[in-house]
Design a protein around this ligand. Structure first.
Ligand SMILES: C[S@@+](CC[C@H](N)C(=O)[O-])C[C@H]1O[C@@H](n2cnc3c(N)ncnc32)[C@H](O)[C@@H]1O
Length: 274
């Protein structure tokens, strides 16, 4: 990873932060609210008083939700503007916000060995040029039986480097005309860096770092984690599509993947002391 690329990703997120903050508001963007937050919350299964670390917290919508559930939350993002917006939206110092780059292993490790019961990263890892430093740091920051829950754009279906959203009109076997929503994939196997638009109308296109599943989970396994839960949520037929190509129309295709990993027994024996 070059420092220039990292700097460019941060500059773009600082440029987009006000726009994303306005769209997300206090409670998060529509896809976060409908598909991501409820499953993330269930997989995290936070208990009152547990200490949780959020990586790439954006405007802090999910951090505030975790604080409201009684968790002690440390939330970080590398974009200063996002952290300012998150603080402005958070009352009573309910969340401790930090500006930290998640590709900086040393900065993360300075948060304290074995000091968190859980960690979460919602829709952030596909925006990072490297995920290994974050995973290595988490293997030290988490307590032995802690969990890490993350969500990403689904690498198989929603990685726009080689993806096209298709709407077709066809006749079914009963002679009825039906509209079929499908995804065409022309590129998957090679990790790829590309620019795309997260929210239509945002000031600048952002970098994405596509990783096929073997690269994504391989990085988790090499850092000492085992996969413990995997969810691929879809919109159901009750969802109200906002546009012909919005994900609410693609009922059989999951736009996001949500995973929970935990430290393997072997890794627990090699953690730094508190
Ligand atoms: C798609 S937004 C998701 C924000 C929030 N987690 C949510 O679900 O609404 C991606 C976030 O990742 C942050 N991000 C990207 N690369 C990062 C890095 N290397 N370190 C920390 N944060 C990063 C961006 O600043 C942005 O807030």
């Amino acid at each position: 990873m070059t420092q220039d690329l990292l700097r460019a990703t941060r500059d773009i997120w600082n440029e987009n932060a006000d726009f994303w903050d306005e769209r997300g508001g206090d409670d998060g963007l529509p896809m976060q609210r409908a598909l991501i937050a409820p499953i993330t919350e269930r997989l995290l299964d936070l208990k009152r008083g547990e200490r949780v670390l959020e990586i790439a917290c954006g405007n802090g919508a999910f951090a505030r939700r975790m604080a409201a559930l009684g968790a002690r939350v440390v939330a970080c993002d590398f974009a200063e503007t996002f952290i300012e917006r998150a603080k402005a939206r958070t009352t009573n110092n309910a969340v401790e916000y930090r500006v930290i780059d998640a590709t900086d292993e040393a900065a993360l490790r300075a948060l304290g060995a074995q000091s968190f019961d859980a960690a979460v990263c919602a829709m952030g890892m596909m925006d990072m040029p490297e995920i290994e430093p974050l995973l290595r740091a988490l293997s030290q920051l988490l307590k032995p039986r802690a969990r890490f829950v993350f969500s990403i754009m689904h690498p198989c279906f929603n990685s726009t480097a080689g993806m096209k959203m298709v709407v077709e009109r066809e006749e079914n076997r009963d002679g009825e005309l039906v509209t079929v929503h499908a995804i065409k994939i022309s590129q998957y196997a090679t990790p790829t860096t590309y620019k795309g638009t997260g929210i239509i109308g945002q000031p600048a296109p952002q970098y994405y770092f596509h990783r096929p599943l073997n690269a994504l989970f391989g990085a988790c396994f090499r850092a000492g984690f085992v996969l413990d839960a995997l969810e691929e949520p879809t919109y159901d037929a009750r969802a109200q599509p906002s546009r012909p190509f919005s994900w609410e129309n693609y009922h059989e295709i999951p736009p996001v993947l949500i995973a929970r990993v935990q430290l393997s027994q072997n890794t627990i024996g090699t953690q730094d002391a508190d």
